[in-house]
Design a protein around this ligand. Structure first.
Ligand SMILES: NC(=O)c1ccc[n+]([C@@H]2O[C@H](COP(=O)([O-])OP(=O)(O)OC[C@H]3O[C@@H](n4cnc5c(N)ncnc54)[C@H](OP(=O)(O)O)[C@@H]3O)[C@@H](O)[C@H]2O)c1
Length: 230
């Protein structure tokens, strides 16, 4: 609940500026994540992008810094070296990647210190379970937590009108959103980062932390939203 996820590209830096104003005076209460866009990932671009993000956020360090997307033009070994250098300098506590497939992760782990990657942030929700086929088990085998973006189904959140989620929510006197989030974090290796501009929704979403879905409910959700079979 105290993780704030942003990126230099979100509203051209205005997301980071807004967050900077909100966390002023209470930086230590949040776990701050930002991301560098791949076109800044050459030369000393990562160091410059990180300095700019820190300035907009009004802080001297990020808890986690991610490469936003893989790119065929980026040299993974220089990216890892840039992240490690920022870590040594105390500008970031940890680094990771986003939107990496298994083959991208394998390329990353082949470069020096690539296995220091803390996480991979990818789309994952009960209506979009593709990573269960390969990426999720790969990350589990490598002891790496996955960060699930769009855990409520993303823009439009039609997932939250799904009758199965609504029905299970009613049985627990909670919202379909809490069910979707409890499902996403059910195995302990996934961190969900739901977005909301509504305090009431954030409170609803927090219920997921104390909601344990029963084996029968998980089975019902599997039937309504089958896991990938290949
Ligand atoms: N790494 C990447 O490439 C990448 C890509 C996409 C997103 N992300 C990150 O992941 C975060 C979340 O992903 P997302 O925004 O795509 O999808 P999401 O969190 O699945 O859905 C966000 C939507 O859910 C609504 N919502 C939240 N709680 C709700 C509730 N209790 N009841 C009903 N509606 C609710 C929000 O509206 P209200 O404001 O009305 O609550 C908003 O429209 C983003 O903020 C971003 O930081 C990363």
């Amino acid at each position: 609940m105290t993780l704030i996820d942003t990126a230099e590209v979100y509203s051209n830096g205005r997301s980071e500026e807004l967050i900077g104003r909100v966390i002023a005076g209470q930086r230590d209460r949040v776990f701050l994540v930002s991301k560098v866009w791949p076109n800044h990932a050459t030369g000393n671009g990562i160091a410059r992008a990180c300095e700019a993000s820190l300035a907009r956020l009004g802080t001297d360090h990020l808890d986690l810094y991610l490469l936003h997307w893989p790119s065929p033009d980026t040299d993974l070994s220089s990216i890892v070296a840039a992240f490690e250098s920022l870590r040594s300098a105390g500008k970031i506590r940890a680094w990771g990647v986003s939107n990496f497939k298994v083959s991208d992760m394998e390329d990353l782990f082949r470069v020096s210190h690539g296995d220091r990657c803390a996480t991979n942030q990818v789309a994952y929700n009960v209506g979009s379970r593709g990573i269960e086929h390969d990426l999720l088990p790969w990350c589990e085998q490598h002891g790496m937590p996955v960060m699930a973006y769009s855990p409520l189904g993303g823009a439009g959140v039609s997932l939250l009108r799904d009758p199965t989620l609504v029905h299970i929510g009613a049985a627990h006197s909670c919202s379909a959103a809490a069910v979707a989030l409890a499902w996403t974090i059910r195995n302990g290796n996934v961190i969900a980062i739901p977005e909301s501009g509504s305090a009431a929704h954030v409170k609803e979403n927090a219920v997921a932390l104390s909601l344990t879905l029963t084996p029968q409910e998980l089975h019902t959700l599997d039937a309504a939203h089958p896991p990938p079979n290949r």
